[in-house]
Design a protein around this ligand. Structure first.
Ligand code: ADP
Length: 495
């Protein structure tokens, strides 16, 4: 059996594994020109997806533009009902969809299924939220005029998604876009297109009309500009690296597109002397090693106050040594491979740079070949602030630990980065919770927890971590625009 058949055989609903793009309601399989999708754990090719270009991108945008007119005029209730169907279908098929995700991305199956439930939660939340997307009547300064504000969908949206949460990042954008009445063209990452295709299947099963959701795969260099510079695209929403985000922002400027960017992070995780040490250690493990360290909100630098430092690093290293590394389908696995061998090589470089600069690895770790996509987790001490492991987004299971003396020092070190996405800190002191949360330059923050993401909250970054917010009521605003109507009374003076 080849990789595709093997994966298909795992599924209760095999039709969900369809390596096909979707344009205007038509599914398109790979032709001679194709992209191979590899399981990073086994190196097996699991599918071939189409390598589309500028012409198909144009066709997808045209389809979305044509479908927009009827989709936006459906009542909010009708769209909400369709979103709720998507929610139920995603939950119903979460095991299959989680398996597809694990096969193409590598994360443990438990995390894959959780990601599908996370994806589903956005459809549930925005189905409810759009029913309450009220406009307003503004108190008038002029007795002969009335002012009202209606909220309308922005138009065709280009959704560009990364490989670390191929379903979750799509859902966080797609659900509010569809709720608002926008139509979309999705360009998933080439490493993980199958989850996006499966979510599009779910949309079709739920009754989303043809052309409202389109999915295209191919070279980013060709599809990217064709999509972003297309005159019929009104908004670009992107999750990915800061460097690509900057390029997309520049390209979007020419057409004055609305832009939302969810970019890289360099999260500090600060443990104060008065923290509950077990909570801090377990949260650091979750925040650092979930998805093998490939989340934009991963703890990137662990800062520990001197009074608790020795105790914390010993326990953190001990717990890290216990993590099981292996294939995502093995139910014992805590950490899968990185998304591909190139990513793993990049993380190994950062680790070697730190070790060459005097850092020490504290935990026990298995050896992997330099050509493997697996990187064993490492707790690093004796690191310095200027090393790559502290200045760059690691995107892998490496945890550099820095010692600090005072709260002021911790805040200075934490904010000493161009990024500002997430931060975590651990303390029992209420006054400190206020002080530190006000002082940290981060869009989202966890106090005494390392897991903070949910559909209900506005998620996004400060500084070079991005623009705009996803989730919560703000996440719907991102796909709506206000239209003001001033109504003058022609018979304002009947006498
Ligand atoms: P990472 O560095 O995490 O691999 P990227 O930011 O490179 O992530 O990629 C995230 C998404 O952006 C992927 O879907 C990728 O194909 C896409 N992408 C990369 N470069 C461009 C580009 N120049 N134009 C449009 N999309 C791009």
């Amino acid at each position: 059996m080849n990789g595709f058949e093997e994966l298909k055989a795992r599924l209760k609903t095999p039709e969900l594994l369809a390596p096909e793009c979707l344009i205007d309601g038509r599914w398109i399989s790979a032709s001679a020109s194709a992209i191979s999708v590899e399981n990073p754990s086994t190196g097996q090719i699991i599918a071939q997806v189409p390598k589309l270009g500028a012409a198909e991108t144009d066709a997808a945008v045209d389809a979305a533009a044509a479908a927009f007119d009827s989709w936006k005029t459906l009542t909010a209730k009708v769209r909400a009902d369709i979103l709720m169907k998507m929610y139920h279908l995603l939950v119903e098929h979460s095991e299959d969809l989680g398996a597809i995700l694990t096969a193409e991305q590598g994360k443990p199956l438990r995390e894959g299924i959780n990601e599908i439930l996370f994806t589903a939660s956005f459809f549930e939340w925005y189905a409810a939220e759009i029913r309450r997307a009220y406009g307003k009547v503004v108190p008038t300064p002029d007795p002969d005029k009335r002012f009202l504000v209606m909220r309308q969908p922005i138009g065709v949206v280009a959704i560009i998604t990364p490989w670390n949460f191929p379903a979750g990042m799509m859902g966080r954008k797609l659900a509010p876009a569809l709720a608002a009445g926008c139509s979309v063209v999705v360009k998933p990452a080439s490493q993980t297109p199958l989850s996006a295709m499966a979510v599009a299947k779910i949309a079709e099963m739920a009754g989303v009309p043809a052309g409202v959701v389109n999915v295209i795969t191919g070279s980013a260099a060709e599809i990217g500009p064709a999509l972003i510079e297309h005159p019929k695209v009104s908004k670009v929403t992107f999750t990915g690296s800061t460097s690509v985000g900057r390029t997309l922002y520049e390209k979007s400027a020419r057409g004055l597109k609305h832009v939302s960017l969810e970019l890289g992070g360099n999260a500090p995780l600060i443990v104060f002397d008065d923290a509950d040490i077990e909570t801090a250690v377990e949260s650091a493990i979750q925040s650092k090693f979930r998805n093998a360290g490939q989340t934009c909100v991963c703890a990137n630098r662990v800062l520990v106050q001197s009074g608790i430092y020795d105790q914390f690093v010993a326990r953190f290293a001990e717990r890290t040594s216990q993590l099981k590394i292996g294939d995502g389908f093995d139910l014992e696995t805590d950490l899968g491979p990185l998304v591909d061998r190139r990513a793993a090589a990049g993380v190994r470089d950062i680790l070697q740079d730190a070790v060459a600069g005097g850092a020490r690895i504290l935990n026990d770790r298995p050896e992997f070949e330099d050509t493997s996509a697996f990187v064993a987790p490492a707790v690093l001490v004796d690191v310095t602030e200027g090393q790559r492991v502290c200045t760059e987004e690691i995107f892998g299971p490496i945890a550099p630990v820095l010692k600090f003396e005072t709260e002021t020092d911790a805040i200075r070190i934490a904010n000493n980065t161009e990024y500002g996405l997430s931060a975590y800190f651990f303390t029992r002191d209420n006054a400190r919770i206020w002080r530190v949360s006000e002082a940290l330059d981060s869009g989202v923050m966890g106090v005494n927890t390392g897991l903070i993401s949910t559909a209900e909250i506005p998620f996004g970054g400060m500084k070079h971590s991005g623009l705009g917010r996803e989730g919560g009521e703000e996440g719907l605003d991102a796909f709506l625009q206000s239209k003001m109507v001033c109504i003058a009374d022609v018979n304002s003076n009947p006498n």
